[in-house]
Write a protein that binds this ligand. Structure first.
Ligand code: IMP
Ligand code: MG
Length: 202
């Protein structure tokens, strides 16, 4: 008979997640991660609040969360665990043509939803709304598939950078006009594993 590992008692005292994240992310390039703008604790608290609010608002309406890959995965998985009503999840991957830090609004679908959303209550979960161009495209695209309702939940918004008006029903934090990384947000695919949101030093 095999002995299963004990899950209840960790072998060692838990390591501070911020230390682990920072070490993992900064290992080789040292100084790219700057000031922490949203701490791990503030993220956890706000995500729990948003989840509870969403559960209240969608009570009795089977909800479909649409996560936008890859950045929103981290936020979505934490958020979902605070939504205590029936909820399903699907994903889209989009690429926005542009530079590393500016999107152009010309969006290409890399991965579409697995299932139809006609008649569904759909909530798009995004990591960050910057210019709003990516989200505007997604709202139009998903809106044309006749969901019953279509709303947005964004972890972060940068009001100073907004180019298009968009209804964002749920917002985690408004941040200043700085390029940020961590908690799903990347710079050239790095730093998604940081447990906090920090400014990128360039
Ligand atoms: P938008 O189309 O300008 O609103 O940009 C949306 C996408 O650009 C987001 O989903 C992110 O993937 C990326 N993005 C915008 N601002 C940042 C940032 O500060 N850090 C990391 N990614 C960002
Ligand atoms: Mg991105």
């Amino acid at each position: 008979m095999t002995t299963l590992p004990q899950v209840a008692t960790p072998a060692q005292a838990p390591v501070d997640a911020a230390t682990v994240g920072l070490a993992a992310a900064t290992g080789e390039q040292g100084s790219e991660v700057g000031e922490v703008l949203v701490s791990e604790g503030d993220l956890m608290r706000r995500v729990a609040e948003l989840g509870k609010q969403i559960a209240r608002d969608y009570a009795g309406k089977p909800l479909l969360l649409v996560g936008v890959l890859k950045g929103a995965v981290f936020f979505l998985s934490d958020l979902m665990r605070h939504i205590d009503i029936p909820v399903e999840v699907d994903f889209m991957a989009v690429a926005s043509y542009g530079s590393a830090t500016d999107s152009s609004g010309v969006v290409r679908i890399l991965k579409d939803l697995d299932a139809a959303i006609e008649g569904r209550d759909v909530l798009i979960v995004e990591d960050i709304v910057d210019s709003g161009l990516t989200l505007q495209y997604l709202m139009r695209n998903l809106g044309s598939r006749n969901p019953r309702t279509l709303e947005v939940c964004a972890l972060l918004v940068k009001p100073a950078r907004r180019k298009v008006e968009l209804p964002t029903k749920y917002v985690g934090f408004e941040i200043e006009d700085r390029f940020v990384v961590g908690y799903g947000l990347d710079y050239a695919e790095r730093y998604r594993n940081l447990p906090f949101v920090a400014a990128l030093e360039r």
